[in-house]
Design a protein. Structure first.
Length: 336
């Protein structure tokens, strides 16, 4: 039996949009994708917060979580993540307390400290440029707002209550691509997610730091690491390589500051990028799991053996919606 058999597989959704599609069609496609994920045994379906990015339709993250949770039955649904500097902790607690009340034992709250946008958009979302510096304190505030009332009654902030939210104990995860969030997650005894799907540089250092400095807490007795990875799965390596050019074109658009519509695959990227741009895109996607079933299985087994991660979370941004669904079938087949 594969060492992958006991590793939960999850998905991170950015609601990728084709230029010829509508927002409604895109979000309906995300729901169908989540429903298929549930049917094949995917563990979690998280949505990422991004703003002012044509081609990525997940700015109203908590609303989309409710839409996906309402259209599924069992799969855990959550944020991967909510960018806390953009929101007051009380508002986040109320939103996720409402979600947890509507969909008990199915809602996750991943938190990040990046803006999820450019600097201009960040200022439109939040006029206080120093908010990210207060991330640890705001995580604590959010934990308190979602926790039992009895633990807050002596605190000066106890007059402010998240209704709903209080005593829902929504699971909180810390997300990051640097050592900062890894260290904070370890200190707080929280599960940690490394964003390897777009920023793989500090992966090994961050995971090692998190495990070394982890302090058990009321919510977690030992370290728990989830790793984000880009996925391109197809029946053959050649087809997967062809389909991967859609993701490469999106990353190329990102570094050029262009709109990030999901584009159809191309036979070759030659002529579409410079050598410097190719190097950047390759580094961005250096943890990509791309290939047919055997290649995907081998790649994942190596990653699990090297890092000992507890869970894997995949982006799966293929141009054709049927290819996205097929990729999940292939992904789940490698567990055998």
């Amino acid at each position: 039996m594969s060492i992958l058999a006991d590793i939960p597989f999850s998905l991170l959704e950015l609601a990728p949009m084709r230029e010829d599609a509508s927002v409604s069609e895109t979000l309906q496609g995300s729901l169908r994708y989540a429903q298929h994920a549930e049917n094949v045994g995917i563990n979690r379906f998280w949505l990422a917060e991004h703003h002012n990015m044509p081609g990525i339709i997940c700015s109203a993250t908590s609303i989309l979580i409710g839409y996906i949770a309402g259209g599924t039955q069992r799969i855990r649904v959550g944020a991967g993540g909510i960018m806390l500097p953009n929101h007051a902790p009380l508002v986040v607690a109320e939103q996720f307390g409402t979600l947890a009340s509507l969909y008990p034992n199915r809602i996750d709250l991943g938190l990040g400290r990046a803006p999820g946008s450019d600097q201009v958009t960040s200022r439109a979302l939040n006029r206080d440029d120093s908010r990210a510096e207060h991330f640890p304190e705001e995580v604590s505030e959010l934990q308190s707002l979602l926790g039992p009332r009895s633990q807050r009654q002596q605190a000066a902030s106890a007059q402010v209550r998240a209704i709903p939210g209080e005593d829902t104990n929504v699971p909180i995860w810390l997300l990051g691509s640097s050592l900062f969030s890894a260290q904070l997650a370890a200190k707080r005894g929280l599960p940690y997610v490394f964003a390897g799907h777009f920023a793989p540089r500090f992966l090994y250092d961050a995971v090692e730091l998190y495990r070394r400095e982890f302090i058990p807490s009321a919510v977690l007795s030992k370290p728990y690491v989830m790793l984000g990875l880009p996925l391109v799965a197809a029946p053959t390596d050649a087809e997967a390589e062809y389909l991967s050019t859609s993701s490469k074109q999106r990353i190329l658009a990102l570094i050029r500051g262009n709109e990030m519509w999901l584009k159809p695959p191309v036979d070759s990227m030659d002529g579409l990028w410079s050598e410097q741009e190719k190097s950047y895109v390759d580094n961005f996607l250096s943890l990509s799991v791309c290939g047919g079933p055997a290649t995907v299985k081998h790649r994942l087994e190596v990653i699990v053996q090297q890092l000992g991660v507890d869970e894997l979370m995949f982006t799966n941004d293929l141009y054709d919606s049927e290819h996205r669904l097929r990729a999940l079938d292939i992904l789940m087949s490698v567990k055998q």
